[in-house]
Design a protein around this ligand. Structure first.
Ligand SMILES: *[C@@H]1O[C@H](CO)[C@@H](O)[C@H](O)[C@H]1NC(C)=O
Ligand SMILES: *[C@@H]1O[C@H](CO)[C@@H](O)[C@H](O)[C@H]1NC(C)=O
Ligand SMILES: *[C@@H]1O[C@H](CO)[C@@H](O)[C@H](O)[C@H]1NC(C)=O
Ligand SMILES: *[C@@H]1O[C@H](CO)[C@@H](O)[C@H](O)[C@H]1NC(C)=O
Ligand SMILES: *[C@@H]1O[C@H](CO)[C@@H](O)[C@H](O)[C@H]1NC(C)=O
Ligand SMILES: *[C@@H]1O[C@H](CO)[C@@H](O)[C@H](O)[C@H]1NC(C)=O
Ligand SMILES: *[C@@H]1O[C@H](CO)[C@@H](O)[C@H](O)[C@H]1NC(C)=O
Length: 321
């Protein structure tokens, strides 16, 4: 009886020991597997969001690890549109042990202040979306360091000053949004180096001067929104060579006519909005080949033409004229 019970006690303790050892090993293995956020990036992001009074939602930054949960899984972040602020990470570095922050979204959150200097430590960003906040001051020249960036939106912030020429360094950009900001001066010629750009929005942002001649290099553009600035001079004829264009808005500036004939080559346009041309009469023939148009607005363009010269029945998609 007695020996049996001693044996039982020993067996009981052994079972506990095995259990403890096992769970310790599992924990150690998990610890080894769970990738860690780059510490410089983690400190920078915590500083930035802390200063803005913003916190991670419970779906990420689990137990203080920024690149965890939804931030570290493989799902596209567009599937988590309600998580804001939000980050996405690439955790495949150093044999899947190190995460770099690749995307940062802080939108519609009334964030105030200047673009924080700590941002430059997030060197692996491919997507930065600060749409619709109250960020003031200039875009810092360190923006030129983000050479992996593909999507950059700083639209709807009262950012001011000259646009830094260093933006022209971001040659992997596919989309640049700097609309409804409060800049001064002209657009830097260096932006013409962003030859992969497909979307470029700088409407209602205070820009003046002529349209940069270097923009003729932006042959991949599909969307070009330049309306409601203070541009002068002619609408550039090279626009007609950018045959991928689907949507252009040039109204609300002080462009001189005539509207360049070369636009007739833009047969993929679904929206064309030109207006407020200050002098120089234009014929209407340039719209003749734009069979995909769904919106055509040529208000206050000093068009003088025989309407019969254009075959309107070809505009089968037209919804707004
Ligand atoms: C970010 O980078 C700057 C300049 O490189 C450095 O001085 C600063 O300590 C870094 N901040 C954080 C939070 O890592
Ligand atoms: C992430 O969690 C840590 C630990 O709880 C916290 O100190 C930090 O502020 C959190 N970061 C964010 C962005 O919420
Ligand atoms: C990468 O990690 C795996 C599993 O954690 C390990 O088996 C392998 O040896 C590692 N490779 C290198 C090059 O460290
Ligand atoms: C421009 O990008 C290069 C790397 O492509 C980098 O070395 C350089 O510092 C960047 N310049 C600026 C002004 O950010
Ligand atoms: C825009 O900039 C001008 C100076 O250029 C300034 O007077 C104005 O207050 C700014 N607007 C906003 C909304 O910050
Ligand atoms: C960028 O564009 C400017 C002006 O158009 C040009 O002088 C410069 O050489 C370009 N830089 C690169 C790296 O292509
Ligand atoms: C349209 O493009 C063709 C081929 O590039 C060119 O020869 C022609 O001159 C262009 N039309 C106009 C009106 O610019």
């Amino acid at each position: 009886m007695r020996s049996c019970s001693i044996r039982g006690v020993i067996r009981h303790h052994l079972a506990w020991l095995v259990l403890i050892l096992c769970s310790w090993r599992v924990a150690a293995a998990q610890d080894q597997q769970a990738p860690k956020t780059d510490p410089v990036e983690a400190a920078a992001l915590n500083t930035i969001l802390g200063r803005w009074g913003k916190k991670a939602s419970p779906e990420w930054n689990i137990s203080g690890e920024l690149c965890s949960g939804f931030a570290a899984d493989k799902t596209d972040w567009d599937n988590y549109r309600d998580i804001n602020p939000f980050i996405k990470c690439d955790c495949t570095f150093n044999n899947n042990t190190l995460c770099h922050i690749t995307r940062l979204r802080v939108t519609y959150l009334d964030v105030v202040g200047q673009i924080p200097a700590e941002l430059q430590n997030l060197t692996h960003l491919v997507d930065l979306n600060l749409f619709r906040n109250y960020l003031t001051g200039p875009i810092p020249s360190f923006i030129g360091k983000f050479t992996s960036m593909q999507y950059l939106s700083l639209s709807f912030n009262p950012l001011s000053g000259l646009l830094p020429k260093e933006l022209g360094n971001l040659t992997n950009l596919l989309s640049l949004g700097i609309s409804s900001d409060n800049f001064t001066g002209s657009l830097p010629e260096e932006l013409g180096n962003l030859t992969k750009l497909q979307q470029l929005y700088f409407d209602s942002s205070g820009f003046s001067g002529p349209f940069p001649s270097s923009f003729s290099k932006l042959q991949n553009l599909k969307f070009l929104s330049a309306s409601d600035n203070v541009f002068k001079g002619k609408i550039p004829a090279y626009l007609g060579t950018m045959t991928n264009l689907e949507d252009i808005a040039f109204h609300g500036n002080s462009f001189e006519g005539p509207v360049p004939e070369s636009l007739s080559n833009l047969t993929k346009l679904t929206r064309l909005w030109i207006g407020d041309i200050i002098n120089g009469v234009s014929p209407l023939a340039f719209i003749s080949n734009m069979a995909s148009l769904s919106t055509l607005i040529l208000r206050n363009c000093k068009i003088s033409s025989d309407l019969g010269a254009v075959e309107f029945s070809m505009f089968k998609q037209l919804k707004l004229l």
